[in-house]
Design a protein around this ligand. Sequence first.
Ligand SMILES: [Zn+2]
Ligand SMILES: [Zn+2]
Length: 172
Amino acid sequence: MRLRFDEIPKGGLRLNIVDNAWLPSDEFKCHLPATAEVFLDRNGNRVFCEGSLQVKVELFCDRCLDDFIFPIDTGFKFDLELIEQDDQRHFAKDHACTDAEMDVIFLDEPVVDIFSILAQQVYLAIPDKRLCRKKCLGLCPECGVNLNREHCECGKDLSSSPFGVLAKLKQQ
Ligand SMILES: [Zn+2]
Ligand SMILES: [Zn+2]
């Protein structure tokens, strides 16, 4: 869903996204319903963009490898700014990033790609470390059972582990 800058009316445009094509379904299994809302307001070559989205995605736990549902409920707010051809040449050289410019996304055409903005927000909301729960016990390094669901006897026989050997030496 792409919107040209000149399609944004004075006073802004509020969109309720009912089409789910923005979901990054190639990357993640996304559970419906998903909702998204975007508000755009234009001021010359600059478009203010604010919105929110809610969706549940299926992730795999880094520790126990189980799949789990990760609910995303996120909001976003930034400016999109069109960079004219002439500006682009000087842009890299002259442009020093100030704090006020932190939340500006620069575009080389006057088009807001709403679906790609929304998909991007999903990626941003997913943590680097994906855990099914804070205290995920992971897999037993010896027999491979999922320690969140099962117990195993591997840790019990200390005599064969390096720590067990140490413990025995101490006893002597
Ligand atoms: Zn886990
Ligand atoms: Zn085990």
